[in-house]
Design a protein around this ligand. Structure first.
Ligand SMILES: [Zn+2]
Length: 396
């Protein structure tokens, strides 16, 4: 059967992100797009494959991931002990895992060399299976800054502009800046600012001039505010944000990608999992405050977009369901809010025309055995994944 043959999905519930869920209907898909959404009596076009499913949701979008990482306990040493070829094969494997877990689009926020960009292209031209990838190329950090062992070290306004231009030359879709220290880099303190506001402003202006959105790794509130004042589009992590930072985030209308799983998976791993002591120490210090701070941000009306930082210790590319569960248990979101954050909000944050399932829209969707409204863990076991109107994964 032609992979792009018309599809008809008989659903119990459709969460199309367009108002209240629809019940007991039929979703028709043709030429990669939703053709119509009708009732249970809808006529199935000749030649269409019919699927029955309890619940249909838009394809998930992971707005923060690293395809080269597979959840290893020691992130820094991965890049010392492996060759670029080995890591390229890992990217292919992780892209397939993400797709099979229901992720139809993802943003890679920092790879070595051009690996995320080349992976994006290999998926787009059909060489390998995977989600649509929005790739940042190399993250831009200060000399010795968070992620220096894989990022583009850069200091001063003109050098940061040049670093942005290098990512543009390599074909990046977006730019990632490191505004504070981080957990996984020895010696980088998460609360402390790294690239300064002037450097961020220069780099963001350069990226925006060419139509690229910008993300800032920012855990400490000083770096969060620097990035927001400099014009950033998404704040990544944001765990130590204060009220002034929250107010600025709301005022600027930037999205916050909370990457709850990044901290949680390290804490779940614990003392005997082989992580360096500094990683556990920093994760524990952040973990004490993250939930309180992010709940305040949510109460203040901050726009959350879903991203898990997949690739970091014990945080797997096929484990995005855990992020949706943590959005519910840690931030108090309903299952529908978590779904919206990881679909339509992530799409908006990345500038993608995806995340809803109305007629005419791109047919990226997941068929689930259960409705997330009734079971927060329903995202764990997709039965079918449809990407660009074609079945990309099926269990039956
Ligand atoms: Zn990250």
């Amino acid at each position: 059967m032609n992979a792009r043959a018309p599809l008809a999905i008989r659903f119990g519930t459709l969460h199309d992100n367009l108002g209240e869920p629809k019940r007991n209907g039929t979703l028709l898909i043709e030429d990669g797009r939703v053709y119509a959404v009708g009732g249970s009596e809808t006529e199935i076009p000749a030649g269409a494959r019919t699927i029955e499913g309890a619940c249909v949701v838009p394809g998930l979008i992971n707005a923060h991931a690293h395809l080269e990482g597979s959840g290893e306990a020691q992130t820094m040493t991965v890049f010392v002990l492996t060759t670029p070829t080995q890591r390229a094969l890992v990217c292919a494997s992780n892209a397939r895992k993400a797709l099979h877990a229901g992720i139809t689009s993802m943003r890679d926020l920092g790879s070595s060399e051009k690996l995320s960009i080349d992976t994006r292209d290999a998926i787009a031209n059909g060489t390998i299976a995977g989600p649509n990838v929005v790739a940042a190329g190399r993250a831009i950090c200060m000399t010795g800054g968070h992620g220096w062992f894989v990022g583009r070290q850069s200091d001063g306004e003109w050098d940061v502009r040049k670093a942005v231009r290098e990512q543009l030359r390599d074909g990046a879709d977006c730019i990632k800046f490191i505004a504070t220290g981080g957990v996984l880099t020895k010696g980088a303190v998460p609360a402390v600012e790294q690239l300064g506001e002037d450097e961020l402003r220069a780099g963001i202006a350069e990226a925006h001039k060419h139509g690229l959105k910008c993300a800032a790794h920012a855990i400490g509130t000083g770096g969060i505010k620097n990035a927001l004042r400099a014009g950033i589009d998404t704040i990544e992590h944001g765990h130590l944000i204060d009220d002034e930072g929250i107010a600025l985030l709301v005022e600027r209308g930037a999205h916050l990608v909370p990457t709850l799983a990044a901290i949680r998976c390290i804490l779940d791993g614990g003392d005997d999992a082989g992580m360096p002591d500094f990683v556990l120490r920093k994760a524990r210090a952040i973990g004490e405050h993250a939930e309180t701070n992010l709940r305040r941000a949510r109460a203040a009306g901050v726009r959350f977009a879903g991203g898990s930082d997949a690739g970091t210790p014990f945080n797997y590319h096929d484990g995005y369901a855990y992020e949706l569960e943590l959005m519910q248990s840690m931030l108090g979101m309903s299952p529908r809010e978590a779904l919206r954050a990881t679909t339509v909000n992530s799409a908006a944050a990345l500038g993608l025309q995806r995340g809803t399932l109305g007629p005419g829209e791109v047919a990226d969707l997941v068929v689930l055995a259960r409705d997330p409204d009734a079971d927060p863990r329903a995202f764990r076991d997709p039965e079918f994944v449809v990407k660009d109107g074609a079945i990309a994964f099926e269990t039956r």
